[in-house]
Design a protein around this ligand. Sequence first.
Ligand SMILES: C[S@@+](CC[C@H](N)C(=O)[O-])C[C@H]1O[C@@H](n2cnc3c(N)ncnc32)[C@H](O)[C@@H]1O
Length: 255
Amino acid sequence: MNNPIEQFKEEVKQNIEKLGEDTQLRELSEQWFCKSMDDKYSYNFRWMGRPIIQYPQDIMAMQEIIWDVKPDLIIETGIAHGGSLIFYASLLTLLGNHGHVLGIDIDIREHNRTEIEHHPMFDKITMYEGSSIDKDMIQKVFEFAKDYQKILVVLDSCHTGSHVLEECRLYSPLVKQGSYLVVMDTCSEMIYRRMKEANEELPDHLVRPWKLGDNAMTGLQEFLKENDRFQIDTGIDHKLQISCAPNGYLQCIKD
Ligand SMILES: C[S@@+](CC[C@H](N)C(=O)[O-])C[C@H]1O[C@@H](n2cnc3c(N)ncnc32)[C@H](O)[C@@H]1O
């Protein structure tokens, strides 16, 4: 192969495949990830000044997906401080494709709303308040989405199994071949399992409505049993190693 660009791509592809077989690195990554969860590591970052509750690896994965897919609408359930909405809006601005970001949250705190509305990226952002699986909300989202062609969906709201399964069912029809449905927080299953195996007590901030056997990972697994339009992009998991969304990057493989 003489083309240096293709050659480098191939080297990276092989490197990622090898990472997928590296059980030692996987074990170390899981150990590191669990310890970092104890330390609330994901709360430490900001994008253009706003807190983004993500691991930097997942932020990088989203950047690569957005570049490859070039969506004109990104829908995210779960806004919190708004850092992820602003991150997506900034990338759409750089793409220059007049794309938009729609965020949905059951509780948009007044101070967060004010900060987001005064942010330079706000002209690309719309926010709806309410439960992501509420019937009227879904109607509003589909009405909003009808003028867009290529939609990327990120689910990062309530991480119980039933809520995530319902979100997958309701939002997946918006995602078409080549784009992604990203399910965040699938790491919970691994964290709760390892803590149980080690007889460790959950720190207060990990005592949530979701738990071992009922979380984003189990919701996603149920969804994949009933839907054959999506496939886990394992290459992303292998490359990231450290991720809040293991097996959660679902590529749409058919319309
Ligand atoms: C993990 S945070 C979102 C983090 C954000 N995506 C980021 O990257 O910075 C989860 C958010 O989901 C919201 N939430 C919880 N239950 C919800 C529901 N049923 N519908 C919509 N949002 C919900 C919470 O209010 C919270 O702001």
